[in-house]
Ligand binder design. Structure first.
Ligand SMILES: C[S@@+](CC[C@H](N)C(=O)[O-])C[C@H]1O[C@@H](n2cnc3c(N)ncnc32)[C@H](O)[C@@H]1O
Length: 295
């Protein structure tokens, strides 16, 4: 049994790779819904709230708006959307995983009927009739990259929106930008394996490249497109996002058969060494923000 290197005390990280449990539910998607993944999504939410808020401004998520959050995870974003739209608006989250849907429901319970969570598989189910043509705005982030048929989600978003309603999407456009700028080899392999693992389920890490065409095909006119590129240094709070993903997902890649325990140990050691070096720069995978209007 390998003993994995502990995270650097200089950069405490909540994600201990030794304790990452296997994905437990048949309805989980590839990243899983175990506690470290829920923690990672919480850290992620805090680090990306400013970028998300810019997108929500662009699609008019303000007091009184009705907004749908597709692939809402444990509901952190749905909760923030419900806060934004207030008691005269409505925020509805759609989620595949029963565990995440339950967390989202308890997070949003305080909003009463101004927030709701629907547990359904966007690849298989239809939206309930009472969600058709109900929304002014739709939000999708880090969902389409995992799905074999992202166009299906866009057609459901089309169904949910009023004509003229706006959708904002944050998905990756250039995943291989993820990595240490010095090209550290294990982290570079991690990125390649991660992309391959998303592809195994029919996903596409660089899905944003296809979104302008898919949006047009599914009844949307593109309004604006903006790249989002971010870098982190070891003492930045942002560091914990790309580094934390290596810590939670590298053990999962071993579980999925992409690599072995020796690789895992070497990868985490490389990350820890980078964390101790103040000259390290860890680039995040580059995102694209797309805003489009429903025809
Ligand atoms: C990376 S998380 C992103 C969560 C959230 N959108 C955010 O930005 O924090 C992807 C979420 O999409 C959900 N998901 C994956 N496939 C789905 C499907 N077919 N139908 C509904 N939700 C799905 C996963 O369960 C997970 O909660």
């Amino acid at each position: 049994m390998h003993r994995l290197q502990a995270p650097s005390p200089a950069s405490p990280d909540p994600f201990d790779p030794v304790t990452v449990p296997p994905v437990s539910s048949p309805t989980d998607y590839v990243l899983g819904t175990h506690d470290p993944e829920a923690d990672r999504l919480r850290v992620q939410h805090e680090l990306w709230i400013d970028e998300a808020s810019r997108a929500w401004d662009a699609i008019g998520v303000a007091a009184g708006a009705h907004v749908i959050d597709l692939g809402c995870g444990p509901g952190l974003v749905t909760e923030a959307l419900a806060e934004r739209v207030g008691p005269t608006g409505r925020a509805v989250g759609i989620e595949l995983s029963p565990a995440f849907a339950a967390q989202a429901r308890s997070r949003c319970a305080r909003f009463g009927s101004a927030a709701a969570i629907e547990e359904l598989d966007l690849m298989a189910a239809h939206l309930p009739n009472d969600l058709h043509r109900q929304f002014d705005a739709a939000w999708i982030r880090w969902l389409l990259m995992f799905l074999p048929d992202p166009g299906r989600v866009l057609s459901l978003a089309h169904e949910a929106l009023h004509p003229g309603g706006l959708i904002a999407i944050h998905e990756y456009v250039n995943y291989p930008t993820y990595g240490l700028l010095d090209g550290s080899p294990r982290i570079a392999e991690f990125v390649q394996y991660a992309m391959a693992s998303f592809g195994k389920g029919g996903g596409d890490a660089n899905i944003a490249r296809r979104l302008p065409a898919l949006l047009a095909m599914h009844g949307f006119d593109l309004v604006q497109v903006r790249p989002i590129a971010r870098v982190a240094r070891p003492n930045d709070s942002l560091w914990h996002w790309p580094a934390g993903f290596v810590r939670t997902y590298a053990p999962r890649l071993v579980e999925l058969g992409f690599a072995d325990h020796a690789w895992l140990e070497a990868t985490l050691a490389e990350l820890t060494a980078a964390e101790r070096d103040p000259s390290s720069v860890l680039m995040c995978p580059t995102l694209l923000e797309l805003v489009a209007r429903r025809r």
